[in-house]
Design a binder for this molecule. Structure first.
Ligand code: FES
Length: 324
């Protein structure tokens, strides 16, 4: 089941870089979308029927249209390919309401945004807000070359240019040194945000952990990755899940998700990606110890064990009581 959706028309399509195309959309009913918080993403259902998550990358204050960008991933399940191949100006799509798992920290004194490739998109919406708030920030953008850098003309003009540093053609061996430069001015109160390919973000996080507390590092992943070695063994093969308000209890068997187990007794949990990356199926945990298999909770959320992504995560305790 998907949460609130809107029928939209594509108003503009633009090639931002090789393989990266942006889509500007407006609601078919002519109503405004409403403002969203920077870093938010939406579900977009491609003509192929596949729904994927894409960051909003326009000005969050703009309510008449929304902008998202898609990297064509020919090896993927086909959502991005369909958006590239089957969508043109005038096409109609279904999109979800914005959700945000990658928010700007309101108490930060300084923000450092580090993105690579298509990972620039959520950082762009953050940059709009930070410029408006007039708070100190830097945006570091890593791309293979100038030609491969999406949104470069926008980023290299004011009001962004004074905050943006571009890093072209940095090879793996040089990345740590470049990241150290990006973080040279990090101090107490600095928050770090990163989005891009997983290995890139891993390096950013490692560099960041040497400069700022772990809870000041924020990242967004848009592709599920395999569980870490040993993770799978830590979870119980089967466990019970109880609904706190009704006491209904259902067994989650091996190979079945919490979402599937609830569906079998007629209880639907909202889902979208089904891969632990979007956060749609996130539910509060009142009792028990989840085995987190998602890629969207923060370290602090994982450590608290107060929330679980029901599409992929399991349990280390025989019973989980969920806030339902
Ligand atoms: S449905 Fe996306 S995280 Fe569970």
């Amino acid at each position: 089941m998907q949460a609130t959706t809107f029928k939209v028309r594509v108003d503009a399509v633009r090639d931002e870089a090789p393989g990266i195309r942006s889509f500007r959309i407006a609601r078919l009913d002519g109503q405004p979308f409403g403002a969203y918080t920077p870093g938010a993403h939406i579900d977009v259902t491609a003509p192929s029927g596949i729904t994927r998550q894409y960051s909003l990358c326009g000005d969050p204050e703009r309510v008449d249209t929304q902008l998202f960008a898609v990297k064509n991933e020919p090896e993927s399940r086909g959502g991005s390919r369909s958006l590239h191949d089957d969508v043109a100006v005038g096409s109609e799509l279904t999109v979800g309401a914005p959700r945000n798992l990658f928010q700007l920290a309101p108490d930060a004194r300084r923000h450092v945004l580090i993105g690579a490739g298509i990972g620039i998109t959520p950082l762009l919406s953050m940059a709009y807000r930070l410029v408006r708030l007039d708070v100190p920030f830097e945006l570091h953008y890593f791309a293979r070359s100038e030609a491969h850098a999406a949104f470069l003309p926008l980023l290299t003009q004011e009001p962004f240019a004074r905050h943006v540093r571009v890093h072209f053609g940095v090879v793996a061996d040089e990345l740590d040194a470049s990241l150290a430069t990006c973080l040279a001015n990090a101090s107490a109160g600095t928050h770090l945000y990163t989005c891009g390919p997983a290995p890139f973000m891993d390096r950013v996080v490692a560099a960041g952990e040497a400069c700022v507390p772990a809870d000041a590092i924020h990242l967004e992943r848009f592709a599920a990755e395999p569980a870490a070695p040993g993770e799978a063994e830590a979870a119980l093969e089967s466990f019970d899940v109880r609904i706190a308000t009704t006491g209904q209890t259902v067994k989650v068997a091996k190979g079945t998700s919490i979402v599937d187990a609830f569906a079998a007794i007629g209880i639907e949990i909202d889902t979208s990606c089904g891969e632990g990356v979007c956060g749609t199926c996130m539910i509060g945990v009142i009792e028990g110890e989840p085995e987190h298999r998602d890629h969207c909770l923060s370290k602090a959320e994982r450590a608290s064990n107060k929330v679980i992504c029901c599409c992929v995560s399991r349990s280390r305790s025989p019973l989980l009581v969920l806030d339902l």
